[in-house]
Design a protein around this ligand. Structure first.
Ligand SMILES: [Zn+2]
Ligand SMILES: [Zn+2]
Length: 191
């Protein structure tokens, strides 16, 4: 009985808190790396990949596409390195229960970041029926239109702290057209 009470009152809330904190550290790290490495030459391959693929593919007039982004120029594998290094260090420092919570939080957060960035750019995503998703999507599109703003992918309050937050422009802004339609229009112009 004492063991169960201790688990439900102390250990379980501690593990939930650790998982949430891990996600916040991950989303803060994503925002800072996007800001410092993704948009500055010092980022090297991360900078070139991000600008030449993600930003080139999704720009003004073609922010969404019916075809998901391919693996070419994908920076995600590079982020496995720091995450796995921190994970290995956590294994030696944390008790097993907390280590599992931190690992689960980090894995879920990592996956959520990749998934949201893909979903924002899918034309007609089923998530667009949700106001909270459309709001985050618009905030992310602001980054594609103004590359010095909104570096977060999930938690845009980090941009408020960083001083890079920017609200989406009003309803007068043109609705984005799918990348495929833009590509077809360019191809038609050439012929
Ligand atoms: Zn960017
Ligand atoms: Zn994007």
């Amino acid at each position: 009985m004492i063991g169960w009470l201790q688990w439900s009152l102390i250990e379980f809330p501690l593990c939930v808190g650790a998982a949430i904190s891990t996600h916040l550290v991950m989303s803060c790290g994503q925002t800072l790396m996007h800001y410092w490495l993704g948009h500055r030459r010092i980022g090297g391959i991360l900078f070139r990949n991000h600008i030449n693929y993600h930003h080139a593919r999704y720009a003004r007039g073609h922010l969404t596409s019916t075809v998901p982004e391919g693996s070419e120029g994908n920076n995600t594998p590079y982020f496995y390195i720091p995450v796995l290094l921190v994970g290995a260090a956590a294994y030696f420092v944390l008790p097993l229960g907390l280590f599992i919570a931190v690992t689960a939080g980090a894995g879920a957060s990592f996956y959520a970041h990749v998934w949201f960035d893909k979903a924002y750019h899918i034309d007609g995503s089923y998530l667009e029926r949700f106001a909270w998703f459309r709001r985050k999507q618009q905030l992310h599109f602001v980054h594609h239109l103004h590359a010095n703003a909104n570096f977060a992918v999930i938690d845009f309050f980090w941009d408020r702290l960083l001083g890079t937050y920017r609200e989406p422009s009003g309803p007068t802004s043109k609705p984005p057209i799918p990348a495929d339609a833009a590509v077809r229009a360019i191809t038609r112009e050439k012929h």
